[in-house]
Design a protein. Structure first.
Ligand code: B12
Ligand code: SF4
Length: 464
């Protein structure tokens, strides 16, 4: 069977191309069992014409959309703009997993996949090839001809990730993706996260399937995947994009022991501040770690614990960043503003903690409520979402859809734009200025304009 994946990446901040691990994994499984795959990546601005051409030329048997909530509106637009769909059309990804009822709003779609899609999609491709029923496949909700929806049970999480082939990176121009992010290849060695942050979808995704959610490939298999990627592509950095790289201690230790014996490329990792200690840093240093990214998200301890369910002290955050710096790692922080119940006074605590930790770089996001998540549902119940603003298209996480009298939109935008200045002005004016421009209203167009020299801009602003 010929399968076409559609990955929409529209109005995403920063201008770097991205590799969708889910599609890479699905494609590898399909190919292993004799099916043929192709990817259509709609990047930047919405334009359906190239996809129309691909459909005419490729004539797929199956079209599979990957959907995250911020991209959902574009997928719906594609479905209605292209009207008649000859192929079996389905969707999977975080949004259909969290909110499978979205199938009701996509009449052109024949099925949605809840949770991991490797085996459901393989079963579907095999069933279409063999002419067997497609409406009894586990993990798929399937729309019948009369419009009724069959809700099949969802299969458990895949227990052993090593049984999956390595992700298919040939489905896209993978070298272009590496080049667009400063020669960085990304890897996802595990799945799942044990924490319950209320703004994130993990706490729902975890409940959709039975079995253990947090899993990793074996270290040897990860090293083999790295070897294949660095042999084939021109790579300078490896970004190990797992939500929580250090969550399984024994795995983490084995990786840090074995990696430097085989590779010398710097690695970039994600962590939670409470996971950082001397032992972890020593191991990371041995494994050529160059940067540690940590979510701080909010600077007010009580607010962070009660509203975001991130129960860590400010002291542990400050200590974690200081320790990383001591070991010579670059640090990056993720922060949020414009959250439910937040006030400008509470946001000042986020400025304060970021100024205290002085990360080499940071990402400040304006909170976006994802339906079905704990915080997304609170926004809905408390009618915080402005229906008019929800219709507007804007670059992700640079504006708000919330209408909160205690923290009006204009104030959220002001906080967003001035954050970098407030954080860096005392320590480094040279850093404060480019960041200030980046977070200003001209930041996004300027980034696109500066694409050819962005490596130098980054070196100047972040020192990496
Ligand atoms: C790595 C990652 C990224 C990377 C990689 C890009 C990508 N799209 O994967 C980067 C940093 C670029 C990124 C960007 C964004 N991300 Co992100 N990301 C993740 C993360 C941490 C892991 C995803 C992953 O790779 N998992 C492993 C792979 C194997 O699983 P998977 O992608 O889910 O795919 C499996 C199933 O979903 C299913 N499946 C997926 N697609 C399809 C299609 C078909 C046809 C079928 C049958 C099945 C199927 O089968 C796959 C294999 O089992 C998740 C958190 C999480 N736990 O999911 C957030 C997450 C997916 N991201 C999220 C968001 C919002 C974004 C951004 C919009 C952020 C922004 N504002 O810029 C962008 C959107 C980019 C885009 N166009 O999709 C949200 C989605 C929320 C939601 N409810 O929809 C998540 C869940 C995190 C969160 N905060 O809740 N992201
Ligand atoms: S630690 Fe990160 S990935 Fe895990 S639940 Fe929190 S925000 Fe989501």
């Amino acid at each position: 069977m010929k399968v076409l994946f559609v990955y929409t990446d529209i109005n995403v901040r920063g201008g770097a191309l991205s590799y969708q691990f889910g599609i890479g994994q699905l494609s590898a499984v399909l190919k292993k069992y004799g099916h043929v795959t192709r990817l259509h990546h709609m990047f930047g601005k919405y334009d359906v014409e190239p996809l129309r051409k691909t459909l005419e030329e490729y004539q797929p048997d199956i079209v599979g959309f990957h959907i995250v909530y911020p991209q959902y509106r574009f997928v719906k637009k594609i479905l209605s703009d292209l009207k008649s769909w000859k192929a079996f059309t389905l969707a999977g990804g975080a949004h259909p997993t969290v909110l499978p009822e979205c199938i009701e709003d996509m009449p052109e779609i024949e099925a949605i996949c809840i949770g991991e899609g490797e085996y459901p999609l393989l079963d579907l491709a095999n069933a279409l090839r063999d002419g067997t029923p497609t409406d009894t496949i586990q993990s798929l909700w399937v729309r019948l001809k009369d419009g009724t929806i069959v809700r099949n049970p969802v299969r458990p999480f895949i227990r052993n990730l090593d049984e999956l082939p390595f992700m298919d990176r040939e489905i896209c121009d993978y070298q272009a993706i590496i080049d667009s992010d400063f020669k960085t290849a990304t890897f996802q060695f595990g799945r799942g996260c044990p924490f319950d942050c209320t703004y994130c979808s993990n706490h729902i995704i975890r409940c959709r399937q039975e079995g253990g959610y947090v899993r990793f490939r074996s270290v040897d298999s990860c090293l083999e995947e790295i070897r294949q990627v660095v042999t084939k592509y021109d790579v300078k950095y490896l970004y190990l994009n797992d939500d929580t790289f250090m969550v399984k201690k024994a795995w983490f230790q084995e990786f840090c022991d074995k990696y430097p014996k085989q590779f010398s490329l710097p690695i970039l990792v994600n962590a939670r501040p409470e996971q950082i200690n001397d032992d972890v840093c020593r191991r990371l240093a041995a494994a050529h770690c160059q940067r540690v990214t940590m979510g701080v998200e909010h600077g007010n301890e009580k607010y962070r614990a009660e509203v975001l369910h991130r129960k860590m002290t400010n002291e542990s955050i400050v200590r974690a960043f200081a320790l990383c710096k001591k070991y010579g790692f670059k640090t990056k922080a993720h922060q949020l503003v414009g959250l439910p119940y937040e006030t400008p006074e509470l946001h000042r605590d986020t400025i304060k903690i970021t100024a205290d930790i002085q990360p080499d770089s940071f990402n400040l996001h304006i909170f976006e409520p994802y339906p079905g998540t704990y915080l997304g549902d609170i926004c809905k119940q408390e009618k915080l979402i402005d229906p008019e603003r929800e219709k507007i298209e804007f670059v992700g996480q640079t504006d708000t859809v919330l209408n909160m009298p205690q923290f009006p939109r204009e104030e959220i935008l002001r906080c967003f734009r001035r954050f970098a200045w407030r954080v860096y002005k005392r320590e480094s004016i040279l850093k404060a200025i480019p960041y200030y421009v980046y977070y200003s209203r001209w930041g996004e167009p300027l980034i696109r304009l500066l694409q050819p020299i962005k490596r130098f801009v980054r070196k100047f602003a972040m020192g990496v």
